[in-house]
Design a protein around this ligand. Structure first.
Ligand SMILES: Nc1nc2c(c(=O)[nH]1)N[C@H]1C(S)=C(S)[C@@H](COP(=O)(O)OP(=O)(O)OC[C@H]3O[C@@H](n4cnc5c(=O)[nH]c(N)nc54)[C@H](O)[C@@H]3O)O[C@H]1N2
Ligand SMILES: Nc1nc2c(c(=O)[nH]1)N[C@H]1C(S)=C(S)[C@@H](COP(=O)(O)OP(=O)(O)OC[C@H]3O[C@@H](n4cnc5c(=O)[nH]c(N)nc54)[C@H](O)[C@@H]3O)O[C@H]1N2
Ligand code: SF4
Ligand SMILES: [Mo]
Length: 693
């Protein structure tokens, strides 16, 4: 074994980044003599030498017994090993059969925010040029799409953080809305410590007293799904006290008057009734924001994964604009993007309505530019397709190719998605382990892991980073780029694709040139030499752009837009039959659908199974003690897991992590209500009941 692994090594040591979340912590990988791959933390401007437990153990999956080492095809109901030739024949024949029976749009593609920029770009191009289907979307739709849509609406541009992370440690007042960074980005805590040491105020808005909330100066604990009302109340107070930055509003924004009228009815006592947050806390939060020299408001999934996620983020942007924060050095609004390449993954064309460079697929100029780079006729490019959940449950799809997602565990109302996937003519999954989605596929393609490939990722700051290969993939494992190019070739579109990541990146630079996310001036050499390059970077002789909006916004008139937004209830409110709120999220030691981290021994020990968090009063009422199994039921299904009792959750709310499948799948419960603009599902609130098992 050790000898076999040794033969894969291409270099003894590389400086690269963690494969998991959007913080993209710097790490060094070393090929140890016995064949093991060692991880060491690396000083990088974002993680400053820190890593979390997931990063430390990331290499444990490289030579894991569960690693897929050959393609698999389904035969007589069972998956069995196959050669690449057989597997790819099966895929090609399936695609052609679906296309001739049901048309090109019946073949669909589902991507992921963990894919490198090169893969995301190639996948989008593969869908449009080789398959010529409009049906491509990706799991980022389930992630930060609401913040992205709100950012586009208000600023004309969506880059998660429009300023470097370093600004966060310097902010006098920092507000985290629905962000549990202590578990979801542990090295981020350095910025909280720094901010606190400088005497700053930290306000955390979360229905649970999370590890992050426990560090707060002020913790606001709203009912799930009521952040919009809360933000409007903060703005109501700011305006009532005369704390707004009138010069900024006048000079840099439009649409304020209507927002002023709207928030007039969000008086604090009314909002206390809607949210459960005491008036005194609302006033203290507004004062802390308004009296700060520098203030930053950050949202994450707790605020965004709602059927009104876009409007909720807009309410916080309105508040930030009224205080004059966006574009003021050291201040601003930002969204904490989640997946490793959640930012780059949404810029280069795997999203249903996008072409590379964050261009709109229905914009004739964008189509003409990208078509000219690709060497195709713009009229041959498909139009926009449906969003992730609509794609995965719609009637049009008969064949689906999945790269970098495990929707059987992570999609909302997952039983419905799973049933639809089982019903396809063909499901193809590229993965390095047999995820729950791969397990129901007709063809499974084993793919390279992060330590085995070169490429770029764009972190939550919009900083383009280099992923460096330490070793080659195992002998019968191929890269996603190689698979995409080979399939394209079999479909008669081979001349448009290459397997070399740097060549793909060079093409991506040209395709993105002139777009919103302009990478034209970013080269792999610069990325290495400069600790990453912030987009937009339109030319090689210009620096990147760490801080956006200093002089102007990316809207046609250069002004940020206020937009009036009204509170509305969650799509599913509690009632007599389902009297409790369920909210879902993450724990430190598991990542996403858990396909990777549930297989890593140290992480399994740290977080061995799912659980349902509930208040001791509620537990007593239903006769449940700590560790007893409970059954949680919603209108869509049920979930079973041990109870975890905690005083820190609201008595009307349950929390469950979504990292597990099977009977413990939280997404058996979640609602498929979608935000009207972003099509983000309402992962963060639905109505449930609970009983002892
Ligand atoms: N350990 C770990 N880290 C991760 C990931 C992981 O799976 N595991 N995933 C990565 C990815 S892709 C993402 S998107 C990020 C997500 O990072 P976060 O957004 O920080 O993670 P979540 O746990 O989904 O949600 C954050 C908090 O929102 C709260 N919340 C729930 N409902 C509401 C509400 O209505 N209002 C408010 N204000 N808060 C609410 C929850 O109690 C939770 O504490 O994490 C990234 N990092
Ligand atoms: N209830 C509930 N559900 C949620 C959320 C929530 O808060 N609550 N959060 C949502 C969010 S924010 C997200 S981002 C999604 C994430 O959910 P998923 O999309 O399921 O994310 P992962 O578990 O990261 O899935 C990635 C899969 O691809 C594989 N993989 C990793 N890298 C690569 C690669 O480079 N190539 C290929 N081919 N495969 C790769 C992994 O092994 C894994 O099986 O879940 C969403 N679902
Ligand atoms: S915080 Fe994110 S990027 Fe950093 S080590 Fe942990 S999972 Fe990896
Ligand atoms: Mo995410």
């Amino acid at each position: 074994m050790a000898g076999a692994v040794e033969s894969l090594v291409v270099t003894r040591e590389v400086a690269t980044h963690c494969p998991y979340c959007a913080l993209q912590c710097g790490m060094t990988l070393r090929a140890a003599p016995e064949g093991r791959v060692e991880v060491a933390a690396r000083q990088f401007p974002t993680n400053r030498g820190g890593l979390c437990q997931k990063g430390w153990t990331a290499a444990d999956l490289l030579d894991h017994p569960d690693r897929l080492t050959t393609p698999l095809v389904r035969d007589g109901g069972e998956l069995r090993p196959a050669t690449w030739a057989e597997a790819l024949d099966r895929v090609t024949e399936g695609i052609l059969a679906t296309q001739s029976a049901h048309g090109r749009d019946a073949v669909a593609v589902f991507g992921g925010g963990g894919l490198t920029n090169e893969k995301a770009y190639a996948l989008g191009k593969f869908a449009r040029v080789a398959l010529r289907t409009k049906n491509i979307d990706y799991n980022g739709r389930f992630c930060m799409s609401s913040a992205a849509a709100a950012g586009m609406r208000a600023f004309g541009l969506d880059r998660g953080l429009p300023f470097p992370l370093a600004d966060i440690g310097q902010a006098d007042t920092l507000v985290l809305v629905g962000a549990n960074v202590a578990e979801t980005m542990p090295p981020f805590a350095r910025y909280l410590t720094e901010q606190k040491a400088r005497g700053g105020t930290l306000i955390v808005i979360d229905p649970r007293a999370t590890a992050t909330a426990r560090q707060a100066t002020l913790h606001l604990q709203p009912t799930p799904g009521t952040d919009l009302a809360l933000a409007n109340a903060l703005l109501h107070i700011v305006l009532g006290e005369g704390w707004a930055d009138e010069a900024y509003i006048e000079g840099r924004t439009t649409g304020f008057d209507e927002v002023r009228r709207t928030v007039a009815s969000y008086w604090p006592a009314r909002v206390e009734r809607l949210t459960g947050v005491p008036v005194a806390d609302l006033e203290a939060a507004a004062h802390a924001l308004a009296s700060a020299q520098t203030a930053i408001i950050l949202t994450a999934r707790g605020a965004e994964q709602h059927s009104k996620g876009v409007d909720t983020v807009t309410a916080f942007i309105n508040l930030a604009l009224a205080l004059g924060l966006p574009g003021r050095p050291g201040s601003g609004y930002g969204c904490l993007t989640g997946q490793g390449n959640g930012q780059g993954g949404r810029e280069h064309g795997q999203k249903a309505d996008q072409l590379p460079g964050y261009r709109k697929i229905d914009d004739p100029a964008a189509r003409a530019h990208v078509a000219s780079v690709w060497g195709v006729d713009p009229d041959d490019l498909p139009g926009p397709g449906p969003s992730a959940y609509e794609l995965l449950t719609g009637d049009e799809m008969r064949t689906l190719l999945v790269f970098g997602s495990n929707p059987v565990v992570s999609a909302p109302r997952a039983a419905r998605v799973e049933a639809r996937l089982r019903d396809l003519d063909m499901l193809v999954v590229s993965d390095f382990v047999l995820s729950e989605t791969a397990a129901i596929a007709d063809v499974v393609l084993p793919t390279a892991q992060w330590a085995e490939e070169d490429g770029t990722m764009t972190n939550l700051e919009g900083r383009v980073l280099r992923r460096h290969a330490l070793r080659q993939p195992p002998p019968d494992v191929r890269t996603d780029l190689a698979v995409i190019a080979e399939l394209a070739s079999r479909l008669g579109a081979g001349k448009w694709f290459t397997t070399e990541p740097q060549a793909v990146f060079e093409e991506l630079r040209r395709a993105s040139a002139g777009g919103t996310a302009d990478y034209a001036g970013v080269t792999w050499e610069r990325v290495d030499a400069e600790d990453g390059v912030f987009w937009p970077c339109p030319s090689v002789d210009r620096p990147g752009t760490p801080r956006l909006f200093l002089d102007t916004f990316a809207t046609p008139d250069g002004r940020a837009r206020f937009l009036p937004v009204e509170h509305r209830p969650a799509a599913e409110e509690v009632d007599a039959e389902y009297p409790l709120y369920l909210t879902t999220g993450r724990v430190l030691a598991q990542y996403q659908s858990g396909a990777q981290t549930r297989r890593i021994e140290a992480l399994r020990r740290a977080a061995p199974n799912a659980f349902v968090e509930l208040h001791p009063d509620l537990a007593a009422r239903i006769g449940v003690g700590a560790g007893d199994e409970v059954v949680v039921t919603s209108r869509r299904g049920e979930m079973r897991a041990p109870a975890r009792l905690t005083e820190t959750i609201r008595p009307d709310t349950l929390f469950a992590p979504f990292h597990w499948g099977g009977a413990a799948r939280a997404n058996s419960l979640t609602s498929d209500a979608l935000d009207p603009t972003s099509r983000m599902p309402e992962f963060k609130v639905c109505a449930v009941k609970v009983r002892a098992a």
